[in-house]
Design a protein around this ligand. Structure first.
Ligand SMILES: [Zn+2]
Length: 246
């Protein structure tokens, strides 16, 4: 089924933001059951997208010449999330029983989510992928960028490495350039004042699309509201729901 991506591929000034998304077939089910591939390394994500998001094209239907296996690495993370969401929807239908844990009382429960009701807003300008801003305290220009699939893999690696300071590490992924220095590592941010770092985060949030995968649930046990993100990167997101939905 042809869907619109919130960002799309950008090549030679042309936006390819439509793609055909297909359902999971036997070949992909094999990836999802390959323990080495899915456990802790999210190896199923590029494989599913490479196989099941095909024929990138412009709004007018002009085809993109980038092969699917390369395209996956050029898609901003907002597009990755939307494609994964649509793969689940087209494979098993619109209703998903989302496993959650209440952050207030700890009760585990399943929540019924209608996948096609999630709001997917395109980014403000699909041709703008970076933005330069001046950090007032550090007195330097930085170039902020969208995050891509490789950045997500770097982030997962950092989360596994307990020694890493997560805050500067994740902010660093959205910085393309500080002054003339590029690429950036987290140590480049060590002596940047925190209010300057918050400015970088703000600009990044303004640049990115608004695919809101945070869902507010009301707890069955304590009746309080809590938030949990739709787990689109989890291999179990691509399993059929067998649990009764409350
Ligand atoms: Zn609760």
């Amino acid at each position: 089924m042809l869907i619109e991506l919130p960002c799309g591929l950008l090549k030679d000034g042309i936006i390819y933001d439509r793609v055909n998304v297909e359902e999971i077939k036997g070949k992909q089910q094999n990836y999802l059951q390959n323990v080495d591939m899915v456990l802790n390394n999210f190896g199923h994500v590029p494989k599913l997208i490479e196989d099941l998001a095909v024929d990138y094209q412009t709004k007018e239907g002009l085809p993109c010449s980038i092969p699917a296996k390369d395209a996956v690495w050029l898609l901003p993370t907002e597009d990755i999330e939307v494609i994964l969401l649509k793969i689940r929807e087209f494979t098993y239908g619109n209703v998903y029983a989302m496993p959650t844990v209440c952050s207030e009382c700890g009760k585990q429960q399943f929540k019924k989510i209608e996948l096609n009701s999630l709001e997917i807003k395109p980014i403000a300008d699909k041709k703008v992928r970076t933005k330069i801003l001046h950090l007032p305290k550090k007195n330097v220009d930085v170039e902020v960028k969208l995050l891509y699939l490789k950045d997500l893999f770097d982030m997962f690696a950092m989360m596994k490495d307990q020694k890493t300071s997560l805050f500067t590490a994740t902010v660093a992924l959205s910085v393309l350039k500080i002054g003339d220095k590029s690429p950036i590592t987290k140590t480049d941010l060590d002596d940047i004042p925190v209010t300057d770092l918050q400015l970088i985060e703000e600009v990044y949030m303004g640049l990115r699309g608004d695919v809101d995968l945070q869902i507010t649930h009301t707890c069955d046990a304590c009746n309080k509201d809590y938030q949990a993100p739709l787990p689109v990167m989890d291999p179990l997101f691509f399993a059929q729901s067998v649990t009764p939905i409350t």
